[in-house]
Ligand binder design. Structure first.
Ligand SMILES: C[S@@+](CC[C@H](N)C(=O)[O-])C[C@H]1O[C@@H](n2cnc3c(N)ncnc32)[C@H](O)[C@@H]1O
Length: 251
């Protein structure tokens, strides 16, 4: 089973209130979207449950959504249908993308929401970025968001229990992240995510998944982007901030 097949069923408990509506998720990228024509051809290559893809389609863009998880792709297709959005949803991991799409196809590729760390180490990450770069037309842009792993690693292994219940679909849940930080940057790390739903009778239903991840330093990411022909145009990297965004264009 691919990671996220269990979490896919309860993934909305992990998305912030602000990004749950597809239009709002897309609006969080307004700055980069303003660089595109309204009928741009875009790919979300780790689409999760599809909020971004559906939001982009709602703006009239031609949208393809891919993900390694079959269950995530199914949820994206369901969300598209619910919103009457035209999104082509395809199951493909990053390395498989060139088997599905021609080189130089897309104006913009999104890899957002803490996805890239699931690529297996520097080799896997390099291959993933290479695929994304190949699919961009010259001048096209990769939009990547990432955790600031420098901060995450400095905190060490820990249990992070969110301080508020999250209510979705009329049901409250406690969200828990367990971080397993390995001794070295290049080692496989783990994040276990649990969503404990509590029903009106007090019954608790837990869905959890142990995910592998391979952290990277911002400087490494910059070098890796450059290596696959992408030049950083915008970076919000800040050692004190939890997340950052990089926009890199294909030379
Ligand atoms: C943290 S979720 C982010 C989902 C979505 N982008 C969001 O912001 O809500 C990470 C996603 O990356 C996908 N993923 C993990 N490894 C992948 C791979 N090798 N190729 C493509 N997608 C992958 C997972 O299935 C999952 O949907």
């Amino acid at each position: 089973m691919t990671g996220y097949d269990v979490l896919a069923e309860v993934y909305e408990w992990l998305i912030s209130d602000a990004k749950l509506p597809p239009a709002e998720f897309a609006a969080s990228f307004d700055d980069v979207l303003s660089l595109l024509p309204s009928n741009a051809h875009v790919l979300d290559c780790s689409c999760g449950t599809g909020q971004l893809a559906v939001g982009l389609a709602g703006r009239g863009m031609r949208v393809v959504a891919t993900d390694a998880s079959e269950a995530m792709v199914r949820r994206t297709a369901e969300l598209s249908e619910e919103f009457g959005a035209c999104v082509r949803a395809v199951r493909a991991n990053w390395e498989e993308l060139p088997d599905h799409f021609e080189d130089d196809t897309f104006d913009m590729v999104f890899c957002v929401g803490n996805s890239l760390h699931h690529a297996a180490g520097a080799t896997g990450r390099g291959a993933a970025l290479e695929s994304m770069s190949r699919l961009l037309r010259p001048g096209g842009r990769l939009v990547l968001t990432s955790r600031t792993w420098e901060l995450v690693r400095a905190r060490g292994s820990r249990l992070d229990i969110r301080d508020r219940l999250v209510r979705r679909n009329g049901r409250d849940a406690v969200v828990v992240y367990r971080w397993e930080i390995a001794p070295h940057w290049e080692d496989e790390h783990h994040i276990e995510i649990a969503i404990a739903q509590v029903d009106a009778t007090g019954l608790v239903l837990v869905r959890s998944e142990l995910l592998s991840c391979w952290p990277y330093r911002y400087e490494e990411l910059e070098v890796e982007l450059h290596r696959v022909g992408l030049r950083t145009e915008v970076s919000t990297f800040d050692l004190e901030a939890e997340n950052y965004m990089v926009v890199a264009s294909k030379v």
